[in-house]
Design a protein around this ligand. Structure first.
Ligand code: Z5A
Length: 215
């Protein structure tokens, strides 16, 4: 799942995981930055903002270091066990935040991507799309009095450009990336996502996962 701040990624990733589990599918729900113990430490560094002064290239390398650990220690073992993996953000976030917005050279982003994920690419990426004002309002309401993190505290214009960059990504890779209207109510967004999953993966025919049984 990809998209801007407050677009509903965590909500929809969890809803999809639950729905797949109800079909007897073994699902791993994970997130970036993070998703493995070492990557969660790097997440803390990145979101605290202490790395911001190092510049966008250094941040891109830190996100890449976290991703490499996440892929190697969490995602690949899960896929090898036959689990379906759902990630709340992945490599497109680096393309968009550090690439399009941070203006890190596209060749460097591609090289980092190759080093960190290799062939472990998502079969489908849902890009949750909604006006930046709406996403920020949702995120602010959820955060309450807590302090905004490194990226939440960027100006509205930054979040508008993010939305444009994600829409461009969806246009550039129209099969892998599915643009979803995230301004709709949660249930409707979930149905649009489920429709794509059903058509592409036919979960009803997937092998059943039995808790405790060996693979
Ligand atoms: N980052 C990067 O720069 N480079 C990278 O390579 C990677 C990440 C991997 C991670 O922040 C930050 O790191 C992120 C990009 C950067 N920066 N930002 N900003 P994070 O993981 O802490 O946060 P996030 O990824 O941006 O997600 P979020 O703010 O938590 O939002 P969300 O997951 O998209 O939304 P949500 O939590 O599901 O929903 C937000 C609220 O809206 C919540 O109260 C929901 O109940 C509500 N909601 C959800 N759906 C709806 C609908 N449909 N209607 C109404 N209300 C809704």
């Amino acid at each position: 799942f990809e998209g801007g701040e407050g677009s509903g990624k965590s909500t929809q990733a969890a809803m999809l995981a639950d729905r797949l589990k109800s079909f007897g599918i073994d699902v791993l729900l994970t997130r970036e930055p993070g998703g493995s113990p070492a990557a969660e430490v790097i997440r803390h560094v990145l979101l605290s903002g202490v790395a911001k002064t190092l510049g966008a290239e250094a941040e891109a390398m830190l996100f890449a270091a976290a991703r490499e650990d996440h892929v190697f220690n969490t995602i690949e073992p899960a896929l090898a066990r036959g689990q379906w993996v759902i990630s709340d953000r992945f490599a497109d976030s680096t393309r968009v935040y550090q690439g399009s917005l941070g203006q890190v050279d596209a060749r460097m982003i591609r090289r980092l991507e190759k080093l960190t994920i290799g062939e472990t690419r998502p079969e489908v990426t849902f890009i949750l799309d909604l006006p930046a004002e709406q996403g920020l309002a949702r995120a602010n309401a959820r955060r309450g009095n807590d302090k905004a993190d490194r990226f939440e505290s960027e100006a509205l214009e930054f979040h508008q450009k993010l939305r444009d960059a994600y829409r461009q990504l969806a246009a550039d890779e129209p099969f892998r990336c599915v643009l979803i209207d995230a301004s709709a109510p949660r249930v409707s967004v979930g149905m649009a996502i489920w429709d794509v999953i059903n058509r592409r993966f036919d979960p009803a025919t997937a092998p059943l996962f039995v808790e405790g049984a060996s693979p």
